[in-house]
Design a protein. Structure first.
Lengths: 151, 85, 151, 85
């Protein structure tokens, strides 16, 4: 398991290569990439500042990955989340999961994203023409995370 | 009893403080007690930490709730619902 | 929609960059990468030959993507499938789906993979120490594809 | 009536043919008719295309089944269950 919180950008090909490194038995990788959109809630977004709770972030992400590993057969996981100042089209987050079973890779990847969205201490502040605003948490994200408890 | 309390994002801005050390006269046995203590400051504290507000609590970097027990030296963080990813 | 069938390898970062090109409104990308495993059904795999039905392959993949677009709100899709001779750890397939909604990106990506596995005319022949063998279709892939019909 | 019939993967190897042009004496109205025609060759044809075998059929590059109608000039492909991805 690799979990990183960083200001720097990341390269998808390199990260997936690192995930697979020395594991020729890996046949399936599901990945999610989150990007800064140029619009949100009807307003243009010029940039984003991602604040986090440094002492907790890594721990929270590792706990989410550990939960995923308990629920699904996973060979390798990589989670990278950026913090600091970002601009539209910038990469924010990568979650990549390798498993022998395609379905488990997809499920674990989506589970990690859903929990990251509701459990990991990150907060987005957007710069818009009307000024700076904190992004509101979405009820749909809470629902997405809660749905995993039913299974 | 001494506690470190951290505030993040909008809550940090609203309350105007990022971190404080609290040494209350009476021991606060749980998160609920700490919240009552902070609300008793009135004004923005009472408003921002009202039970109807959707803030979250972590104790020693783990998600917590009002019933979570507090011990001397704990680090408590208060923050809005998270919006990463 | 971009669908490609090719012998050449592909670069993940470049493909995802191309998928997003000129679309700063894209916030979520779900992707699947299939790789050649060095073992299958208990035997070492030295290499793979991927045969296909050229006149049909592109058409079949495009039809699967069109079906996904009918079922989910999708902003962009990229499907790349390799043919010819491959070696362990080589990339075989990439399916990447961009959507405003994370859940829809995941579902559409998994749907496309499940249908590709059962509907697109590709056949794998493996080289093992015991000789050359055709890979058998798996019942689990048929079940995975059929599950989408229930919703 | 003239049909092009293509064979892929294991089926191509078993039958020893990748492509043939068929001009049957009687019109074959559906895939079922074509399959009967091919099975009537006996030997490997009868075995490999037996109804119990899990082969697949495409007509003009679309997945088809025994009931799919055939017309003059159609391209019919016979192949094992696919194993891509």
């Amino acid at each position: 398991m690799t979990v990183r919180v960083q200001e720097a950008d990341f390269d998808l090909s390199s990260e997936i290569a690192a995930l697979r490194q020395g594991r020729p038995d890996i046949g399936a990788i599901a990945a999610f990439i989150g990007l800064v959109r140029d619009m949100n809630a009807g307003e243009a977004v010029a940039g984003l500042t991602l604040e986090h709770y440094p002492a907790m972030t890594q721990k929270a992400l590792e706990a989410i990955v550990a939960q995923a590993k308990q629920q699904w057969k996973i060979d390798a996981v990589r989670v990278i989340h950026r913090v600091g100042r970002l601009r539209p089209s910038d990469q924010i987050v990568l979650v990549a999961v390798a498993s022998s079973h395609r379905g488990e890779a997809f499920q674990a990847c989506e589970f990690i994203m859903d929990y990251l969205k509701t459990q990991a201490p990150f907060w987005k502040q957007e710069q818009t023409p009307a000024g700076t605003r904190w992004v509101e948490a979405r009820a749909s994200d809470t629902l997405a995370a809660e749905r995993w408890k039913k299974t | 009893m001494a506690l470190t309390v951290l505030y993040f994002a909008r809550l940090r801005e609203t309350l105007g403080v990022a971190r404080e050390e609290i040494a209350p006269a009476h021991d606060l046995s749980s998160v609920a007690g700490l919240l009552d203590h902070l609300r008793s400051r009135g004004g923005a504290w009472q408003a921002a930490l009202a039970p109807s507000q959707p803030f979250r609590v972590a104790v020693n970097q783990d998600m917590a709730d009002a019933l979570t027990a507090l011990r001397d030296g704990d680090e408590v963080a208060l923050f809005p619902p998270v919006t990463g990813g």
